[in-house]
Design a protein around this ligand. Structure first.
Ligand code: ATP
Ligand code: BUA
Length: 363
């Protein structure tokens, strides 16, 4: 029985928004999605350059709501493209701040999370944490082979929401997470399909850098030889090719929108191209789920579909009708990342878990 109450500010920076929440124990007492206009974010060259601007918007939003931050016990953020680490709650330390600032594994809005959390926490003399960053790496050795030794496969995925949803599946099936095999499919701006074997994500597509199904704004796997030819055609700068893979790929490339609701409207109005492109995205997701079922030797307790696209009933049916022979499909629309961050902080504040120390490398 926990008698002490804990208040945590949680911060989830995304490419177009910063989601924040304040929790008193498990209860969310304030939640806001601060949207950033492209004109605001595009004036900065690197993600790290947005630090002051994003921090100010968070502090202003809390002020505006009359939230007294001196009552906080911790600040907890979504972590970024750090070195590969195991899942869990980490204290933000100097090594982590360094890697977030240089973008150790690349540029991602969540690189700002730990830095902003630490800055706010320092002023209040309380701890700053990150939980299950996108680089959580629990891959089996066999999953790292790509066929090109210099390019091993990497684990970059929606670890925070995938882990939270997997725990929810375990709760719903009334069985422990570490005794279940679950395929979790996160379908947002990016799409990742993870094989969770007895509590570990032993294989998953790298949802950021060209692997897996295409998504509202990412290309996923593309034919490698043709991509190489495009890179050396002399027609594109590196940044332009990267944009084709991340940001301007998938639905954006075919239909000039990353908004699935817009695509659905176009389909309803009889747009056949939109229909084909949407069908093909569902087809690629189903194919990835099938592939993860073989990773789990066909022993799958549940397939979970989550993320914004899981709100689309027809889209979900297009996937489930191809994969429900593998296992029951459980649908958890949206994401619970703010709650998952708070729960990660609470586990440490209540001393149910020790915080981990970064880098704490795999193996
Ligand atoms: N009710 C709905 N029906 C169908 N699609 C929806 C619905 N609501 C949102 N979406 C779609 O979900 C996608 C965005 O999902 P989500 O908000 O999970 O992504 P994100 O948080 O921006 O990115 P990521 O999940 O990759 O971090 C968009 O294409 C959006 O149009
Ligand atoms: C795949 C990494 C997480 C994200 O898309 O934001």
């Amino acid at each position: 029985m926990h008698t002490q109450s804990f208040r945590t500010l949680v911060i989830n920076p995304g490419s177009t928004s910063t989601k924040i929440g304040v929790f008193a124990d498990e209860q969310c007492i304030f939640e806001e999605t601060i949207r950033h206009k492209t004109e605001e974010t595009s004036q900065y060259n690197r993600i790290i350059d947005q630090f002051e601007f994003r921090k100010r918007t968070i502090v202003d939003a809390l002020d505006h709501e009359g939230i007294n931050i001196s009552k906080l016990d911790s600040v907890c953020a979504r972590g970024g493209l750090l070195r590969p680490i195991e899942g869990g709650t980490y204290l933000v330390n100097e090594d982590m701040l360094h890697d977030l600032k240089i973008g150790y594994n690349g540029e991602h809005a969540s690189n700002l999370g730990g830095i902003i959390a630490k800055e706010i926490a320092n002023g209040l003399n309380i701890p700053a944490f990150i939980v299950d960053p996108v680089v959580v790496d629990e891959l089996d050795a066999i999953a790292r082979f790509s066929g090109v030794p210099e390019i091993p496969r990497k684990s970059i995925f929606h670890a925070l929401n995938q882990k939270a949803v997997a725990r929810k599946v375990a709760e719903d099936l009334e069985r422990p997470y570490d005794q279940l095999n679950i395929i979790v499919t996160h379908m947002g701006g990016g799409i990742t399909v993870g094989a969770h074997k007895e509590g570990k994500v032993i294989d998953v597509n790298n949802g950021l850098h060209g692997d897996g199904p295409y998504s509202p704004e990412r290309a996923g796997t593309v034919p490698a030889g043709d991509l190489v030819s495009m890179c050396f055609s002399g027609e594109y700068y590196k940044e332009e090719i990267m944009k084709k893979l991340v940001g301007q790929g998938g639905l954006m490339a075919y239909l000039e929108t990353n908004d699935a609701l817009d695509v659905e409207k176009r389909i309803e109005a009889g747009d056949e191209v939109a229909r084909e492109v949407y069908d093909a995205m569902a087809y690629q997701i189903a194919k990835e789920i099938g592939s993860m079922s073989s990773v789990l030797h066909g022993k799958v307790d549940a397939i979970a579909l989550t993320g914004g696209l899981a709100y689309g009933k027809e889209f979900v049916s297009m996937i489930t009708e191809r994969v429900n022979w593998i296992a029951d499909c459980l649908i958890y629309p949206g994401e619970n990342e703010l709650q998952a961050l708070n729960e990660g902080a609470l586990r440490v504040l209540r001393e149910v878990e020790q915080p981990k120390t970064y880098p704490n490398p795999i193996g």
